[in-house]
Design a protein around this ligand. Structure first.
Ligand SMILES: Cc1cc2nc3c(=O)[nH]c(=O)nc-3n(C[C@H](O)[C@H](O)[C@H](O)COP(=O)(O)OP(=O)(O)OC[C@H]3O[C@@H](n4cnc5c(N)ncnc54)[C@H](O)[C@@H]3O)c2cc1C
Length: 405
């Protein structure tokens, strides 16, 4: 009988499943199939220390190659699965090679949205930051004195802007919405990061979109903006969002809507197929959501492994996320979905502060900027489901730790 476990996608979630299965004592052979040429690696440093040149490539890999050999986990790299045959329980690669499975895990992640061709998206000098290859291909552009245009004021665009500024580039960031971080954070957090970037000399143009890129002699030369301005540009980093890789699941007629639908056990609409990480959508407070974060990929991966192993452990999201920009470390605890008011609390350290998200009287999330101690207490309180009232949070003399007791 075939007892193989097949994991499609060799990112954070895929590795989390394989590691957890081995921790649980599952002895079945595991194969991780990944389109990328590298064994599973961390993505967060790609827009931070790796791009800056402060982290070596070897440091990005989660496990040494002998971990895979020693744990009977085969890596099939540079291999893309093009179809799933649920009846025969097989997956087929683009090369035609077929792998049989007893249990299948889809951890196909997400891909970066590309700038449309009509705006100049296919010109040389237009990049995304999603994979290790992307960053290796872009690094030669990060030379002092060059001008980089960032399209999109989300975390990845802002991190790339901070890194480029540190390396001595001129940076212009355009955001079509009326403020940066519009989709993911409150105005107070956006204000903090706008001020930080402006103070370092990054130009941030909000309510401004790209009309088109301008080519000269087959190369990128400039950008026309919705403000009517035309600027000279050496290269472009596009940070306009991601979309989940759910096409494979959709073709296999699994339930899909903005990601592969999973229940609290990370099971898809097929009981022998689980999904986890960026590609998986799940119900959270009656809303179908996806989380694009390391913590979610790890936690969902572990739950998916429990399910494959035959346990029933349900997923409780306790999300946290971080971003490093200049000397600021942002740490986010909780999920701000559905907040209706915020307040700002000063931190104990100079320059530290936190933004508290409330739904009525209930605390749902906190963004802590250079305020690790607040982050630590609040993330524990949120896990314990202990509320901090807006009055308590607003009172700098109120000892948050007293609520831990
Ligand atoms: C630049 C950058 C910075 C980030 N910074 C942070 C941060 O500071 N904090 C944080 O919490 N999160 C951060 N994230 C997000 C975080 O890295 C992701 O949420 C996490 O990596 C998701 O893991 P995953 O395993 O779901 O997907 P991925 O890491 O995207 O892995 C999916 C893998 O599946 C492969 N694949 C897809 N389809 C197929 C197929 N058909 N066949 C074979 N292989 C396939 C892909 O090539 C890819 O290798 C960042 C992401 C990026 C890109």
């Amino acid at each position: 009988m075939n007892d193989a476990i097949c994991i499609v996608g060799g990112g954070q979630a895929g590795l989390s499943i394989a590691s957890k299965l081995r921790k649980l004592g599952d002895q079945r052979p595991i194969t991780i199939i990944s389109s990328e040429l590298y064994p599973p690696y961390q993505r967060p440093p790609l827009s931070k220390k790796y791009l800056l040149g402060d982290t070596k490539k070897e440091r990005l890999f989660f496990r040494p190659l002998d971990w895979y050999q020693g744990n009977n986990v085969s890596l099939k790299l540079g291999a893309t699965v093009k179809s799933i045959n649920r009846e025969n329980k097989t997956v087929q690669l683009e090369t035609g090679e077929i792998f049989a499975y007893q249990k299948l895990a889809l951890t196909t992640g997400s891909n970066a949205l590309k700038l449309p061709k009509k705006l100049g998206g296919l010109l040389p000098g237009v990049y995304s930051i999603k994979t290790l290859n992307d960053v290796d291909n872009i690094k030669h552009e990060f030379m002092a004195g060059k001008t980089m245009l960032v399209i999109g004021g989300g975390y990845i665009g802002l991190e790339a802007a901070a890194t480029a500024n540190k390396l001595g580039l001129n940076v212009v960031l355009v955001e079509k919405e009326n403020r940066i971080l519009n989709r993911v954070a409150a105005a107070a957090t956006a204000d903090y990061f706008r001020n930080l970037h402006l103070s370092k000399g990054v130009q941030i143009l909000e309510s401004t979109s790209l009309v088109n890129l301008i080519e000269k002699g087959g190369r990128l030369a400039g950008a026309r903006l919705s403000s009517g301005e035309t600027i000279s540009v050496d290269f472009v980093v596009c940070g306009i969002g991601i979309r989940p890789n759910d096409d494979l699941a959709e073709k296999a007629e699994l339930k899909v809507s903005n990601g592969i639908n999973v229940n609290e056990y990370c099971q898809t609409s097929d009981k022998d197929i689980v999904a986890a990480g960026d590609c998986a959508s799940f119900l959270y407070k009656d809303k179908l959501i996806r989380l694009e974060s390391v913590q979610n990929a790890i936690d969902q991966g572990e739950i998916a492994a429990e399910t494959i192993f035959g346990n029933k452990v349900s997923y409780q999201p306790y999300p946290w996320f971080w971003s490093d920009q200049f000397e600021t470390k942002l740490q986010i605890a909780g999920l701000n979905i559905g907040f209706n008011h915020t307040l700002v609390r000063k931190g104990r350290r100079p320059g530290g502060q936190s933004v508290w998200y409330y739904r009525d009287q209930s605390l749902i999330a906190v963004d802590a900027m250079n305020d690790g101690s607040t982050y630590l207490v609040v993330s524990r309180l949120l896990k314990m489901q202990t509320n901090v009232t807006p009055e308590q949070a607003d009172n700098i003399n109120f000892d948050l730790k007293s609520l831990l007791k």
